[in-house]
Ligand binder design. Structure first.
Ligand SMILES: [Zn+2]
Length: 339
């Protein structure tokens, strides 16, 4: 049911919309209109770059809007399909989930052609855009709920050749940390659908919270460009950390449930260690204070594994069962590629 006036094969730059039918009380034939830019020039891969999978994660949305305005067709070798705010209604509302249907875009796959708006977008990606793409970039951050060490990340996919290409592209973001993650919170993820279609998938967690430092914007934007050069879709010289005078990146993974620490009870969360710091197993990485019983000793949150604090909860106010921290262990790339 999703339509667009854009011709994905036409050389040059086109700006338009994906239009998703959405009927509401004051709009019978209304559409949700999601901005999209297509830039086609010469021979090369097709890259689909997505921001705003979760609406309250603006780093990628800004980076992709800027890229869409700045890149001229003659700089492209292949095709760029750029969607800055994939879950557009959520981006306008500064929410993680769509305010129209309450759905999480990153749990909406495979999607339905005549389902809720979010489900229709997922179906369109799965059946139209993923099949014509070689590379899928999905830029996340922690949004309003989490604050990450800015990093590019990936799944350890079963296919070794695909895994090696994804690893190289992930490293090309040139962030200080990289993160191999597990899906502890269900199925229907966008990257998993793209991976299952054999695509080279690159995802990120570019910081988080509501105030985004300039350095995180810069890393989001420089990383995106460098990855586009790395995969051969944009002209330019690929930058490496060594070339930039930076130490080697730290590759980490959190593949076990105990690495994801949940609030044992509701209250006000206080973090006790710095983001990106090393923690020991058994260490109290934070505590939960009781607003109603200020005299009670705060409930400690104990690390169940040793590693780096890769992400923490952004707002202090916390409900029982909210993820308050993730501890990631250092790994080396060779072991991950061989596994
Ligand atoms: Zn996200």
């Amino acid at each position: 049911m999703v339509v667009t006036s854009l011709d994905f094969d036409k050389p040059g730059k086109q700006q338009g919309f994906l239009q998703v039918p959405y009927s509401h009380n004051l709009g019978g034939w209304a559409n949700v209109m999601i901005p999209i830019t297509v830039i086609v020039h010469g021979k090369g891969p097709t890259v689909l770059a997505l921001g705003g999978n979760h609406g309250d994660e603006y780093q990628g949305q800004i980076a992709i809007m800027k890229l869409a305005r700045q890149v001229m067709p003659e700089q492209v070798t292949g095709r760029l399909i750029l969607i800055p705010s994939l879950n557009f209604p959520a981006a306008r509302a500064a929410t993680r989930l769509s305010p129209l249907d309450g759905m999480n875009m990153n749990r909406a796959f495979p999607g339905e052609p005549e389902g809720p708006v979010t489900s229709q977008i997922a179906h369109y990606l799965r059946t139209v855009l993923f099949p014509i793409s070689d590379v899928v970039i999905d830029i996340h951050s922690g949004g309003r709920s989490m604050e990450f060490v800015p990093c590019s990340h990936m799944h350890v996919v079963p296919d070794r050749e695909q895994r090696a290409r994804m690893m190289a592209a992930m490293l090309a973001w040139n962030s200080d940390f990289h993160f191999l993650y597990a899906d502890i919170a269900g199925t229907g993820l966008l990257p998993v659908e793209a991976e299952n279609q054999g695509r080279l998938v690159i995802t990120t967690e570019m910081g988080g919270g509501e105030g985004i430092p300039a350095s995180v914007h810069r890393l989001t934007q420089s990383g995106l460009r460098n990855v586009l050069i790395h995969v051969g879709a944009l002209k330019g010289r690929e930058q490496t950390r060594a070339g930039l005078g930076l130490p080697p990146a730290i590759l980490t993974q959190a593949l076990h449930r105990e690495d994801y620490l949940l609030a044992p009870e509701s209250g006000v969360f206080e973090i006790a260690v710095e983001l990106g710091a090393k923690v020991k197993k058994g260490q109290a990485i934070g505590s939960i204070h009781h607003l109603e019983r200020a005299d009670r000793t705060p409930e400690p949150v104990i690390a169940q594994s040793a590693g780096y604090l890769i992400t923490m909860r952004a707002p202090c106010l916390t409900q029982q069962g909210d993820c308050v921290a993730v501890i990631a262990q250092r790994v080396n790339a060779r072991d991950v590629l061989r596994a």
